[in-house]
Design a protein around this ligand. Structure first.
Ligand code: SAM
Length: 244
């Protein structure tokens, strides 16, 4: 999968993503992460890309033309752009739909994705109207720029690309699958700070372990994220267990 990230701070995005699992996946050729500097497409000698907003107000706005020229250059690097089609482009914005695991799974189906990071007070609306296909927020708070948000998206999507993780993630239970949070996990040693690993996990009895893990997931979700549990499919027995 190919990610093209349009940003004023390419080094931030590249350094942040080219480490650990995602960095190794890129080295193996499973992913490609290309950060493109919007400033390289500035049309004045000072390479400035921002100006005052019409109508007044605090802060500066990224101008339409450098963003558009950068977009046109990135399009030439994408399969769809080369075929004259409009590639999928996500503008990271606090005004977008809130990112979650379902959206990560949806984007993981794409071969290529362009992510656009805003800065200052955002970007001139006119260029957004022309190039953006999706608006995505990473939560109800305002960041200084879209770079951290783009990194969050790339990380969550990239780990779903086959081969990026050692095991097949789709076959493993993880938080948000079936609208439940993951059960607690333990590693060696068996006793740490007087705390014992739950004996069931040492029993070797797989069916009982699975049952225990499912119960723990339900308890945890009820405690931390009751909103998720409303959509979870629980058996009658599990409903009763929860009510007790
Ligand atoms: N004035 C804008 C507003 O009120 O909607 C906020 C602009 S914010 C200071 C600057 C940039 O940070 C945005 O253009 C966007 O790319 C990014 N950003 C800020 N908060 C974000 C969030 N919660 N999710 C995704 N991107 C965000």
């Amino acid at each position: 999968m190919k990610f093209h990230i349009m940003t004023l701070f390419p080094e931030m995005v590249e350094q942040g993503l080219r480490t650990s699992i995602i960095g190794r996946a890129e080295q193996k050729g499973l992913l490609s992460i290309q950060a493109v500097n919007i400033r390289d497409y500035a049309f004045n000698k000072h390479q400035s890309v921002d100006d005052y907003p019409y109508g007044g107000g605090a802060g500066m706005l990224m101008q339409a033309e450098p963003v558009y020229q950068c977009y046109k250059a990135v399009c030439q690097e994408t399969k769809e752009g080369l075929e004259g089609k409009k590639p999928r482009l996500v503008y990271l914005s606090p005004q977008g739909r809130t990112f979650n695991q379902n959206i990560a799974e949806e984007f993981a189906q794409e071969e290529e994705l362009i992510l656009l990071c805003g800065h200052y007070e955002g970007i001139d609306e006119r260029v957004l109207e022309e190039i953006v296909t999706d608006y995505v927020s990473i939560g109800d708070y305002v960041l200084t720029g879209g770079e951290l948000a783009a990194m969050v998206m790339v990380d969550a999507i990239a780990r779903l690309v086959p081969g990026v993780l050692h095991n097949d993630v789709s076959a493993e239970f993880e938080s948000f699958q079936d609208h439940l949070l993951e059960y607690p996990q333990y590693s060696r040693p068996e006793i740490w700070h007087d705390k014992q690993v739950p004996p069931i996990l040492l029993s070797g009895h797989h069916a009982n372990i699975e049952k225990w893990r499912r119960e723990q997931s339900i308890i945890r979700t009820a405690r931390n994220r009751p909103d998720l549990l409303e959509k979870a499919e629980l058996t009658e027995k599990e409903q009763k267990f929860l009510e007790e």
